[in-house]
Design a protein around this ligand. Structure first.
Ligand SMILES: Cc1cc2nc3c(=O)[nH]c(=O)nc-3n(C[C@H](O)[C@H](O)[C@H](O)COP(=O)(O)OP(=O)(O)OC[C@H]3O[C@@H](n4cnc5c(N)ncnc54)[C@H](O)[C@@H]3O)c2cc1C
Length: 454
């Protein structure tokens, strides 16, 4: 019998993690990447990249890098070009680059008659079709813009952050940024140096975390045993108040949720610029009318450019939605990786979390490798794993935080809860229940949708 073959779609951090973990497990893979090389969205030349010239890491280097391949840099928050070099070095160091076909876009995945998957792709030599036993989807979560519907028409320039590359795009313009996520705030900081004026329309309040606290990258603090959610919220809220004050002073609404119930903004320059009067906060948009934007508080403003910092939507355009068990805004997958039908598709990188880093993504890949190894060498362990996923409650990945019911939070996880659950599942596959905390696949009650889809 021939060895099973697996495909990987995407050579970003997640696809590279998958290639490395499967390589270590002695599993043959073939990767497909639309772009010219590895690095995913960190390659600003990748046509699907949503990177911009001023972008740097938001999480700090040591909490983000792959454990087995520390960055050579000593910089705390390297820029995107340094990160692209890092991923190229990582791929070259472990012989991963040659596992991928570049300039090759996967266009369709369909079920083969024998239960495998037929993968169709367009590349330099035209269209190819190949059969695989399984496919790892690592095509990224931050590529497909989420464009909300607005009443009325804006006749100036309308741009999504995905199309923003450099501040010259804003030069001399009256700019309104809609949304204050991490990209929106980075771009606002760019804009104050180039635009004629900058305003930011927000729907809700935000928590702003400084890059440095007590002289260290803020995400390197409290890295040991995680505090219970309520205590962490209590303590960190006070620390933030002490360092950044109350953003309401600068015109932001008061957050109607607790700290960490939505993704925090790691940027305090924005507050400096608000304090200097370089930009101003506006209410939520009510409607557009020519170059005028009307806000919900009854005020209005005139703009040349509206920049939508409205985030991204998940997109797996090459495969039927049922195959990924889409439920609402996102696929409902065991540990955000395995469709409950265990149909041979595996999703990498479909996690949004504060501080999960590339190592967290690599641990997902190790779990997939563990499952594929069990399929090959210990089919009874793999079958037991599938049975437990079907029969037992799925782990609670929230860490006790009540995340906002927003599209971008629909696949959000708490990094500590998530990594613990991934390690526990891997232990089940190895036939070794974890030392700490008892059973492997467990906690809380399953939701109705999980029960329905299991
Ligand atoms: C400005 C910015 C700052 C960020 N900062 C951080 C940070 O500080 N820390 C952090 O952990 N994360 C950060 N991120 C999140 C970032 O998404 C991850 O770091 C990481 O890039 C995710 O890797 P990925 O491989 O899942 O996706 P991507 O990097 O998006 O890679 C996906 C790859 O799949 C390829 N692809 C897509 N469709 C196909 C197809 N049909 N066929 C073949 N190939 C395909 C794409 O070309 C791409 O190369 C940031 C993101 C942005 C935009």
């Amino acid at each position: 019998m021939s060895e099973p073959r697996y495909a990987i779609i995407g050579a970003g951090p997640s696809g590279l993690s998958a290639a490395r973990a499967l390589q270590r497990a002695g599993i043959e893979v073939c990767g497909y990447e639309t772009s010219r090389g590895v690095g995913g969205l960190w390659d600003i030349e990748n046509p699907r990249s949503t990177m911009y010239e001023s972008a740097h890491l938001i999480s700090s280097r040591t909490t983000t890098e792959f454990t087995e391949f520390p960055m050579e840099s000593t910089v705390d928050y390297p820029g995107h070009r340094a990160l692209l070099r890092y991923f190229r070095d990582f791929a070259d160091r472990f012989g991963l680059t040659e596992l991928f076909r570049f300039n090759t876009r996967v266009t369709a995945l369909t079920r083969a008659d024998d239960g495998g998957w037929m993968l169709r792709a367009d590349g330099p030599d035209g269209s190819v079709e190949e059969r695989y036993d399984g496919v790892i989807l690592a095509n990224g979560t931050l590529a497909e813009p989420n464009i909300p519907a607005f009443r009325g028409d804006f006749t100036g320039e309308l741009l999504h952050t995905s199309a923003y590359k450099q501040p010259s795009q804003l030069a001399g313009k009256r700019v309104l940024i809609i949304g204050a996520g991490n990209s929106g705030c980075d771009i606002a900081v760019d804009a104050v140096h180039h635009a004629a004026s900058v305003e930011m329309s927000v729907r809700r309040g935000y928590y702003f975390v400084p890059r440095y606290l007590f002289g260290r990258p803020s995400d390197t603090l409290n890295q040991g045993r995680p505090l219970p959610a309520r205590i962490k919220q209590f303590v960190d809220r006070r620390v933030l108040r002490a360092f950044t004050g109350d953003p309401v002073r600068f015109g932001f609404p008061k957050p109607d949720y607790r700290l960490y119930e939505s993704h925090p903004i790691v940027n305090t320059l924005i507050l400096n610029h608000l304090g200097q009067g370089d930009l101003a906060i506006r209410a939520d948009v009510d409607r557009f009318d020519g170059r005028t934007v009307h806000f919900r508080d009854g005020s209005r403003g005139e703009y040349d450019l509206v920049l939508l910092a409205t985030g991204y939507t998940l997109d797996y355009p090459f495969v039927a939605r049922e195959a990924l068990n889409w439920t609402g805004w996102s696929p409902k997958l065991f540990l955000n990786v395995f469709p409950p039908s265990f149909n041979g598709l595996y999703v990498m990188g479909m996690i949004e979390a504060s501080g999960i880093g590339w190592q967290g993504r690599y641990e997902q890949a190790e779990l997939i490798a563990e499952y594929l190894t069990a399929l090959r060498d210990r089919p009874e362990s793999a079958a037991d794993f599938r049975r437990r996923v079907a029969d037992e409650p799925w782990p609670d990945l929230t860490g006790g935080y009540r995340y906002l019911g927003l599209e971008r939070m629909s696949y959000y996880v708490n990094k500590d809860a998530y990594r613990r659950a991934v390690r526990a599942a891997a232990a089940v596959l190895r036939g070794a229940e974890p030392q700490t905390g008892g059973r492997g696949i467990r906690p809380r009650r399953r939701t109705a949708s999980q029960k329905a889809s299991a």
